[in-house]
Design a protein around this ligand. Structure first.
Ligand SMILES: [Zn+2]
Ligand SMILES: [Zn+2]
Length: 434
């Protein structure tokens, strides 16, 4: 009797544990269209850089339920989801999470109607840089990698990063205490949506792919006075004009023609009316370079030219221009050539590999490579359908670029394509990287 009773209890325990095991697998698998729900939720609930509280929680809950370990407090709302799966290499795959202060004009039924406070003003927000594609693909990859645990061995570190658009998120991660507790990656990967590539196309740009970004405010001093008596003044407006023209010679005459750089003065503010020479003028610049050497040279030359022009204008040494390099500098994205070559070779069977030219736009994924000492690659992900690309050819407004209010990726196909490409890459690298 006792034996029968025990057998019944054991059978009951067996059934319950079996049901639970099945349930947790089902949780992970979900239905096949789960990524569409994820995308649509994230698209309708965008949050601005450094405000990604709900987005971060949403992602955390999904990956946590899959069995990943969450490492939190990586600066702003950044976190990592780690899956340790035996011995082997540590591979990192990053998504960004932030949206942009743009009013969506896609006309989609799932268009964002969210607003947020930016600098005290309510601003409409939208995922116009494809970070919602990146996050949904990232979740889908997390799911697939969990389900295919028997096919790989090593540690997968999935990073969800805040504030990419401000160039602050990656810095926040590396400055956080918890980052040092994470296993050190041997290879790091990320996607960025590309509004010129078709779904199924992957864009590769070996070497320098995206620029180092510096933002600088410069105050040009002078000696104000009457506009009709310039001989009694030192005119900071004339000095600014000379300076703006002269710094363009840095790109054309100091850097090699094979070493691209951009110096843009995006704002010039000074003076009030036509007959007053002001005391000072404020300039706002963005500076784009690739190598650390070029960056140093450009910054040094800007100061030399500014100081020498001020002295030549008759200013004293204590009235030389003030150069404020803003705390937004990010290094260039350098895509490892050997990593790129092996990925291209491996993926070319199932994807169309497209060579993409370097761009002077910035991306803070460049920070992850630690001055190019950790092989890293940011792959451009095609996100438009062939029909969309064809239709846009007849559209007077053209293809909506990233950061456009009309950016409307073919998410239903782009996310599974991105998932296949990333899962393929990770499985291949887990196998080949020692
Ligand atoms: Zn962007
Ligand atoms: Zn972006």
């Amino acid at each position: 009797m006792i034996n029968r009773f025990l057998t019944a209890i054991l059978l009951l325990i067996f059934f319950i544990s079996n049901i639970q095991a099945q349930k947790s697998t089902n949780d992970v698998e979900g239905n096949n269209d789960k990524y569409i729900d994820w995308y649509e939720h994230l698209h309708q609930n965008p949050e601005l850089s450094t405000q990604e509280f709900a987005t971060s929680n949403y992602l955390k809950n999904v990956v946590n339920s899959m069995g990943y370990t969450i490492i939190d407090s990586l600066g702003y709302y950044s976190f990592a989801a780690v899956l340790q799966n035996g011995s082997g290499p540590v591979l990192l795959y990053r998504t960004d999470m932030d949206a942009l202060p743009i009013k969506e004009e896609t006309g989609w039924p799932i268009a964002s109607s969210k607003s947020s406070i930016k600098e005290g003003v309510s601003t409409p927000i939208m995922h116009a840089c494809g970070h919602d594609i990146h996050m949904s693909t990232w979740l889908n990859v997390a799911k697939e990698m969990y389900l295919s645990k028997n096919k790989w061995s090593g540690t997968l570190v999935l990073v969800a990063q805040s504030a990419e658009e401000l160039g602050k998120g990656a810095k926040g991660i590396f400055n956080s205490k918890n980052w040092n507790t994470l296993p050190k990656p041997a290879i790091q990967l990320a996607f960025h949506s590309n509004a010129n590539l078709e779904v199924g196309q992957l864009g590769f740009c070996d070497g320098y792919a995206m620029a180092a970004v510096d933002m600088m405010n410069i105050t040009i001093y002078g000696k104000g006075g009457h506009g009709a008596e310039p001989q009694k003044t030192i005119d900071p407006i004339l000095l600014s004009a000379q300076f703006i023209t002269a710094i363009q010679t840095i790109v054309s005459r100091n850097l090699s023609p094979n070493d691209p750089a951009v110096i843009t003065v995006g704002a010039i503010n000074g003076g009030t009316v036509g007959n007053i020479i002001p005391n000072e003028v404020m300039l706002k610049l963005t500076i784009r370079t690739y190598s650390a050497e070029s960056r140093d040279l450009v910054l040094r030359r800007i100061k030399t030219i500014g100081d020498q022009l001020a002295l030549a204008a008759g200013l004293e040494a204590n009235r030389l221009p003030k150069y404020d390099l803003l705390d937004m500098s990010i290094p260039s994205v350098f895509n490892s050539v050997s990593l790129g070559n092996s990925l291209k070779e491996h993926l070319s069977n199932s994807f169309s590999i497209v060579p993409v030219s370097p761009t002077m736009i910035g991306e803070d994924f460049g920070i992850y490579s630690k001055q190019n000492t950790i092989p890293s690659y940011l792959i451009w992900l095609g996100v438009l359908s062939s029909v969309q690309l064809k239709n846009y050819q007849n559209d007077p407004l053209g293809i909506p670029s990233l950061h456009s209010a009309r950016f409307a990726p073919d998410y239903k196909n782009a996310i599974p394509a991105g998932t296949r490409a990333m899962v393929n890459s990770l499985l291949y690298l887990f196998k080949t990287k020692k």
